[in-house]
Design a protein around this ligand. Structure first.
Ligand code: NAD
Length: 249
């Protein structure tokens, strides 16, 4: 891993889980890192924190402008904020579809739109989108969530094509089941959270959940000049779930 000295990065959803681990890893490696989150109250120095809702274009533009002014420019955008949804197409209403799509897909578009003018000025610009194995795995009970992540995957490829000649690389990571507060909340909702966790771990090829820091490592690689010839790709961080053709749920 090269160091990130002199690199200025913005991480959405950076107050928790994968985003938090990524922001901390990039900062440990020398980057100046701004976190954009609905609730950045837990974010400490050296991370810079900005409150914004990725479903609100004005709040995204204001937070990005403030972050870029404080960082003195921008080299890396980690488009990570996202929310979950469970159920089949019969379980989710139109409102559910609009709400989740607005966060998971349009939220990434809004943030990218606000960041692109600044990334163009960077000599090593990279965007990393947090996608999911749900984009391509055909998971049961995840119709809406999977469709949003399928859109994130397509968006990654299209943006990579649009911006390759501007020197802006665009890639995504496809995590499997990651041990974050989000998954913790899902497990806590089960009648027996400990048994549910054990069953979930047993279904992983590795026998354990993916660590948030392991996804952060993949994001950092795709954000770094070490992956300078890589654009328009996805990197699975799923403990072998997809490559070994095993069912995650
Ligand atoms: P998390 O809930 O721990 O963290 C998500 C963060 O995003 C929170 O800090 C939250 O405040 C922020 N956020 C949510 N909505 C927002 C909005 N409208 N505007 C700004 N910030 C907002 O979740 P996580 O598990 O770290 O997930 C992060 C990303 O990883 C998501 O895109 C998710 O789809 C993806 N992912 C997670 C897993 C997993 O198993 N945890 C697997 C695959 C992909």
């Amino acid at each position: 891993m090269s160091d990130f000295e002199g690199i200025r990065a913005l991480v959405t959803g950076g107050a928790s889980g994968i985003g938090r681990a990524t922001a901390e890893l990039l900062a440990e490696r020398g980057a100046q890192v701004a976190v954009l989150d609905l609730d950045p109250s837990s974010v400490d120095k050296p991370l810079l924190a900005y409150r914004a809702d990725v479903t609100d274009d004005a709040s995204v533009r204001e937070a990005v402008a403030a972050a870029v002014a404080d960082l003195g420019g921008l080299d890396v955008l980690v488009n990570n904020a996202g929310i979950g949804a469970q159920g089949t197409v019969e379980d989710n209403s139109d409102d559910d579809w609009h709400r989740v799509y607005d966060v998971n897909v349009v939220g990434m578009v809004r943030t990218a739109r606000a960041c692109l003018p600044h990334l163009r000025a960077s000599s090593h610009a990279a965007i990393v989108n947090t996608c999911s194995i749900a984009a391509t795995a055909g998971l049961p009970q995840r119709a809406l969530y999977s469709a949003t992540k399928g859109a994130v995957y397509s968006l990654t490829l299209a943006m990579a094509a649009d911006h390759v000649r501007e020197g802006i690389r665009v890639n995504c990571v496809n995590p499997g089941t990651v041990d974050t507060p989000w998954v913790g909340r899902l497990l806590d909702a089960a009648p027996d959270p400990a048994a549910e966790r054990a069953a979930l771990e047993a279904r992983q090829p590795t026998g354990r959940l993916v660590g948030a820091g392991e996804v952060a490592g993949a994001i950092a690689y795709l954000a770094s000049p070490l992956s300078g010839a890589t654009t328009g790709t996805s990197l699975a961080v799923d403990g072998g779930m997809q490559g070994l053709r095993l069912r995650p749920v």
